[in-house]
Design a protein around this ligand. Structure first.
Ligand SMILES: [Mg+2]
Length: 259
């Protein structure tokens, strides 16, 4: 039985919050040097990175990290951010006169410069979740495996290759950083491309993404899974009890799914 397997990247394959938070601080130092290029801000790096880990479940795309770091610096609490990020983001973008495309470019440039200057230093704060890489490597022999991510494709490719020994070709990594297209659209396109598969599997760590996908009638043949690791909360996982469309899985169940 051949499967079409679409995997989210950050929070499913890779714990990247250390790297994205440090990149955000670097980007903030360029965007707002008066605030972040100071000793006061540098002394708060550890505290800010720790808070960034806590608010990670609400992030959709990397550039949001830059806005979050300033909010946290200015005293917005973790709890408040977890509750209202969806509304806070457009409000702060407006207040600080930020442009989405410019922030995407800035955040990308910071990462590119860091990678170019010091690849191992950039890779180091990323971590591949334990027991996740080998089931994916096995699945690649039997099934059609894709990564569908909001991270830019070449960062994803680098981490997979250098940290997980997974060589996925560029046409197997779909990134929506630039397009902002919903994941359901990408999944539909993949399903249309692979008409010979018997099962359609989508694995995510972000509940709101799965909920959006589950409401799309065109996605009815897809099996939807939320991992019990990555960037979701216990409250969110509990919310899924009795939900027939989205199943919570642990690492063992993930490995079985990849068979
Ligand atoms: Mg994710």
């Amino acid at each position: 039985m051949k499967k079409l397997i679409a995997l989210d990247f950050d929070g499913v394959v890779c714990d990247s919050v250390g790297e994205s938070s440090l990149s955000a601080i670097k980007a903030a130092a360029l965007q707002w040097p008066d605030i972040f290029n100071t000793d006061i801000a540098k002394d708060r790096t550890e505290e800010l990175v720790e808070k960034m880990r806590a608010v990670r479940p609400v992030i959709e795309t990397g550039y949001e990290n830059v806005v979050q770091i300033r909010c946290l610096y200015e005293g917005v609490t973790v709890l408040k951010m977890l509750e209202c990020w969806e509304h806070m983001l457009p409000q702060k973008m407006k207040e600080w006169q930020l442009d989405r495309a410019e922030l995407v470019t800035l955040f990308g440039r910071v990462r590119d410069d860091w990678i170019q200057d010091d690849l191992s230093g950039w890779l180091a704060p990323n971590r591949i979740y334990e027991s996740v890489a080998s089931p994916i490597q096995r699945a690649m022999h039997e099934h059609e495996v894709y990564i569908v991510t909001t991270k830019q494709a070449h960062y994803t490719e680098l981490i997979l290759r250098d940290m997980a020994s997974i060589n996925l070709s560029a046409d197997r990594i779909f990134s929506q950083t630039i397009s902002g297209r919903p994941k359901s659209e990408v999944l539909e396109a993949l399903a249309a491309k692979h008409t010979d598969v018997q099962e359609y599997i989508f694995v995510e760590d972000k509940l709101s993404t799965l909920e959006k996908v589950s409401k799309d009638p065109l996605m009815s043949s897809w099996q939807l899974y939320l991992v019990d690791w990555g960037y979701n909360t216990a409250v969110e996982r509990q919310r899924l009890e009795g939900n027939p469309r989205i199943q919570v899985i642990n690492k063992t169940q993930f490995a079985e799914l990849m068979l």
